[in-house]
Design a protein around this ligand. Structure first.
Ligand SMILES: Nc1ncnc2c1ncn2[C@@H]1O[C@H](COP(=O)(O)OP(=O)(O)O)[C@@H](O)[C@H]1O
Ligand SMILES: [Mg+2]
Length: 214
């Protein structure tokens, strides 16, 4: 097997319900659609990624459930076998979380663009910056654009995050029923047609992550 010197290790952080698991599955499916070997390490005791994997019909990527404390030790082996390793973290910090922050090449914070959610995202920004990493923040489940303009909720969230020194992804994942519906059917973003708006949101995020990795 070829050694993956360029494999991406992406750790997802954020409040419960911020979209970590949905994002992990979406990004892994898009990477797999490009022919990359992808795995999601499901470190959340709620095991949502694993639940999806159990109902998925023909998953194009692997999902491995593990404990937070075991992730860091798994990473070297995972990197040698996969081009993309996504760590789907629980919403709270555990003792193994620091080792994950240190070993992951990149951290992505998922946040809904609302008061409590942004407060928690800022806490994650603080924690990850203190660990000398530069996390990217992605706004998820955001109200739709109107006439190409972001909603007031998104503008306020961006201002708050920016003034606290967060690095923000410049697009958003819009709130769409297509996402829970796909999950419910054991499907992924890559099952949508190339021109579906729900797919385009995640294609943009995936391309930002690939650029960020170079
Ligand atoms: N962009 C979105 N639009 C609509 N529903 C979403 C979106 N992102 C996530 N959801 C739904 O919100 C719930 C929480 O998302 P999930 O990915 O499980 O968050 P987390 O892993 O951070 O707890 C799920 O039911 C999911 O289907
Ligand atoms: Mg989850």
């Amino acid at each position: 097997m070829t050694k993956n010197i360029n494999s991406i290790v992406l750790a997802l952080w954020g409040k419960g319900g911020s979209g970590k698991t949905s994002t992990a599955l979406a990004l892994a499916s898009l990477a797999a659609a490009e022919g990359r070997r992808a795995i999601v390490l499901d470190a959340d005791p709620q095991r949502s990624a694993s639940e999806w994997h159990a109902v998925s019909t023909n998953p194009a990527f692997a999902v491995h459930s593990t404990e937070v404390g075991a992730v860091a030790a798994l990473l070297e082996r995972a990197k040698s076998r996969y081009d993309l390793v996504i760590i789907d973290n629980p919403p709270a910090r555990y003792s193994g979380s620091t080792a994950i922050v240190e070993k992951a090449g990149m951290s992505l914070i998922c946040a809904r663009p609302f008061l409590f959610d942004v407060t928690l995202a800022l806490e994650w920004v603080h924690v990850l910056k203190n660990a000398h990493t530069t996390p990217l923040v992605a706004l998820n489940a955001a109200p739709p654009l109107r006439l190409d303009m972001e909603s007031p909720a998104v503008r306020i969230a961006r201002e708050r995050l920016k003034s606290a020194g967060a690095t923000l992804w410049r697009h958003q994942i819009t709130h769409r029923l297509a996402y829970p519906e796909l999950i419910h059917r054991g499907m992924t973003i890559a099952d949508l047609s190339a021109d579906a708006p729900a797919r385009a949101d995640y294609e943009r995020l995936w391309s930002a992550i690939c650029k960020w990795n170079t």
